[in-house]
Design a protein around this ligand. Sequence first.
Ligand SMILES: *[C@@H]1O[C@H](CO)[C@@H](O)[C@H](O)[C@H]1NC(C)=O
Length: 331
Amino acid sequence: MPLFAPLRMPIKRRMQTGAVLVWISGIIYMLGIFVFLCTFKALRPLIIIYLLWAFMLDRGPERGARPVKWYRNWIGWKHFAQYFPMTLVKEGELDPSKNYIFGYHPHGIISLGAFCTFGTEGLHFSKRFPGIKPQLLTLHANFQVPLYREMVMAHGCASVSKASCEHILRSGEGCSVVIVVGGAQESLSTRPGTLNLTLKKRLGFCKLALVNGASLVPTLAFGENELYEVYTAQPKSLMYKIQQFTKRTMGFTMPVFNGRGVFNYEFGLLPRRKPVYIVVGKPIHVDKVENPTIEQMQKLQSIYIDEVLSIWERYKDKYAAGRTQELCIIE
Ligand SMILES: *[C@@H]1O[C@H](CO)[C@@H](O)[C@H](O)[C@H]1NC(C)=O
């Protein structure tokens, strides 16, 4: 592959790159716009009102966010999906009168597959699963960045807290949540060619399913781990300690990663153009239990893990042909 992108690039590919940039650099330009607006003295009272509202009054992140239909339907998200390209693979039907908890694996660097599938209509989710309204859940830190938080909520992304999950699951037929179960810890295992999942210690999503009688839908994304190069922090190294420290104190961490740039193929924040297949498995029916015991949660978790493994077995030779390791459930 050449080092630099050719100057004469088909317009279609430019639009795909543009759409990916809209999302990837969202936090940067939304903050930039905010800082720019702050330079106007006349706007300061408005900005102060906005900040007070956003940080003291607005319960949006806990109350189902504010999905904006036309924005989720924006044609740019179709280009976004075509950049990789991403494909949504459907294993079964979902009943629109029920509520679901989708578990998405792996986290990868920034869960681009989860974003495109559930945070936008880039893969025509509402046509493939009529009546199901998924809301992608994310860390509270995302709602603490002025203006960017509004962008995130327009995608329908809500906070991953218990109150937020229960609010969504109880807000009507088809209302569903998407949890990237492995979270920040799993992002540290992102490596091309591998699929190490953080799942054994995770019981919270099983408890949520039991308490709400919501079916679990295992979702496995082949290719999510291929989108960036990742530098390995050896255990005990300084980088490893910094990552563990930021995870403990701030609740999130970032692996040191690299993708490509707009004009070059070697360095930058853009993901590589590698296909991603998002397999939405068959739902696992869960009966409602008011106060589930640890044993009940563990039993459901093991059924869930078996289902994830069987999805892997069914598709690995087709969608993970270049793998260097089998799927591992590491912790
Ligand atoms: C994935 O897990 C396997 C088995 O525990 C381990 O040998 C490997 O180093 C892990 N890979 C990554 C990238 O964490």
